[in-house]
Design a protein around this ligand. Sequence first.
Ligand code: OGA
Ligand code: NI
Length: 365
Amino acid sequence: MDLKVEGVKVEEGPAWGKTLAVPTVKEFARTAWDFIPEKYVQEYNDRPIETVLSPDETSELPIIDFSLLVKGDEAELNKLDYACKEWGFLQLINHGVAEDVLGNMKAATASFFDLPVDEKNKYAMGDSIEGYGNLFVVSEEQKLDWADSLFFITRPEEQRNMKKWPITLPGFKDAVEEYSIGMKRVTEELLAKLSLLLGMEKNSLDKQHVVMRHSMRMIYYPQCPKPELVLGCSPHSDPGSITLLLQSDDVVGLQIKHKGGWVPVTPIPNAFVVNVADALESWSNGLYKSIEHRAVANSKIARMSIGTFIQPADEAKMGPAKSIIQDRPKMYKDDIKYIDYMRNFIGMKLTGKAHTNFLKLENEY
Ligand code: OGA
Ligand code: NI
């Protein structure tokens, strides 16, 4: 496809900004027996080993049974509400997405990252953040995360940029399509239940998106000889409404902020880790929390994660939903468009919740 139309360069993909190109990690990780390039060695205070774990480190995040939610089970709905308020994270079981659909998605991800680097680079990020590479690289000086990723939009279908999908890889496209159908069903149901829990109409959160967008980020975290020096994914919160994460069963990497410390998320095979993201936090006027999280590397084994990010349309507004009834002061501006929020997010290095200041009002409680 010709990118030039009458001399004007057409921007491909979402107009959220760009990332600087840096070498991907998987290839050199294999030869880095005990040497970590300086760029990946985190400043002392940012290293995962130096961070205090939560005092109730042993407490596990809530596990929610999707099949009970669908039935309208009151206790399960209350648990969902509690999870979104107190943890901002939960693990979702019995979601009905078939095991072979999950397995095919994981296999497709693994086979992409196993391709020779020249093949992967055919999908390299360029003018937009879709594709293969590393996101959130905004300066030559910054430290880099110990991971590689592949990012693209899956829904709505007309927004798919198939140039960034490795469709020549056998089974890849079918795996993503099948998985994406499951994501759509689970997301719709979850958002309907969350709308009701927030005292809104069943379809209110759906409408907040204007046109709901799904994007996927597959991340490969190579094994690392010195995981105590690096971060797989720097601390951040996700910008959209909710995120659904499928991850390797056999290795712990994700950690979430809870009560001032970092709690590791132990994978439950076939479960999704679901989290509240920034847009939902703002629509709920802070009732539901978009929690900071990060991923650490492992010295023995590589890890993969497959995140589905549910996001509002560019023109959708952040800030407390009109239909939410609360007697609390407004905590967030209500005139910020999602595209401007995303541009601000993509233009920064991941640094915890710093990007959310863009949206916050002074009211704190
Ligand atoms: C993300 C993310 C965590 C993980 O992609 O936004 O937080 O465990 N990933 O890979
Ligand atoms: Ni995240």
